[in-house]
Design a protein around this ligand. Structure first.
Ligand code: G3H
Ligand code: ZN
Length: 254
């Protein structure tokens, strides 16, 4: 099977009221682990690559790993750029065979976020590449000598009225929203709180799939509730890396 775009995947998920798992990949073992698990569950999957992973593993190596996974597993797989910081990296991934990109101009002003997102859409859509955008700010976790604490990035919750205007003006395919999650594994004993009511309000103002970033380490019940209320893509990165490194340490220690 060839790489697919996310269009068909999201159409089914939106109509069926479920979410697609989007997992960050940066090496062979993680690509294998995710795609084998998805094949066992007959689940479509989005494999996503950050700028850091692209720098570490090289664009071509990552594309070829994903192509190998397509040969080995009979499931729909989309290849997505995660948190593309500017037009250039999005364009490079579009030209380099990705079927979906995220332009994350959420740290810019509302107007500039719209402008930059539109520029990416202008080159992506004619080639059938889907575009995810972000509005609001996801939190972050700082890790210092193994101690985790809530980072300095303040969560700026997405405003429903802004989401409506943003989606209408840009024509983005999916929208990442901030409802209380943070990127990374939360500090011990910290229980994240997701603003589920806010999610419902946003869902009622836009008619495109919503994306939940910072999916790792949230209680399953919160994730399930978010899906019930309209999230169609769940991003998971840290949980996978954590599992990989823990097992690696165990194996090397034996
Ligand atoms: O963009 C990637 C995700 O939002 C992953 O967040 O590391 O908390 O799972 P996470
Ligand atoms: Zn993210």
């Amino acid at each position: 099977m060839a790489l697919v775009t996310t269009t068909e995947m999201f159409k089914k998920a939106y109509e069926g009221g479920y979410a697609i798992g989007a997992f960050n990949v940066n090496n062979m073992e993680i690509v294998q682990g995710i795609t084998e698990a998805c094949a066992e569950n007959k689940a479509p999957v989005i494999l996503q690559v950050s700028a850091g992973a692209r720098k570490y593993a090289n664009h071509t190596y990552l594309v070829k790993l994903v192509e190998a996974a397509l040969i080995e597993n009979d499931i729909p797989i989309a290849l997505h750029l995660d948190h593309g910081a500017d037009f250039e990296i999005c364009k490079s991934c579009i030209d380099g065979g990705f079927t979906s990109v995220m332009i994350d101009a959420s740290s810019e002003s509302f107007e500039d976020n719209i402008k930059i997102t539109k520029e990416v859409i202008k080159v992506a859509h004619p080639l059938g590449v889907s575009v995810e955008a972000e509005l609001g700010t996801i939190g972050d976790i700082k890790e210092d000598s193994g101690n985790r604490e809530i980072g300095s990035k303040e969560i700026i919750f997405t405003k429903p009225e802004d989401a409506k205007k943003f989606v209408e003006e840009t024509g983005c395919d999916t929208l990442a929203i901030a409802i209380g999650t943070a990127h990374g594994i939360y500090p011990k004993d910290f229980v994240p709180h997701l603003e589920q009511e806010l999610l419902t309000e946003i869902k009622n103002t836009v008619s495109i799939p919503l994306v939940l970033h910072g999916g790792s380490a949230n209680p399953d019940s919160e994730i399930a509730e978010a899906v019930k209320r309209g999230v169609n893509k769940i991003n998971i990165s840290s949980d996978i890396k954590d599992a990989f490194y823990q097992q690696l340490r165990k194996t090397l220690g034996n």
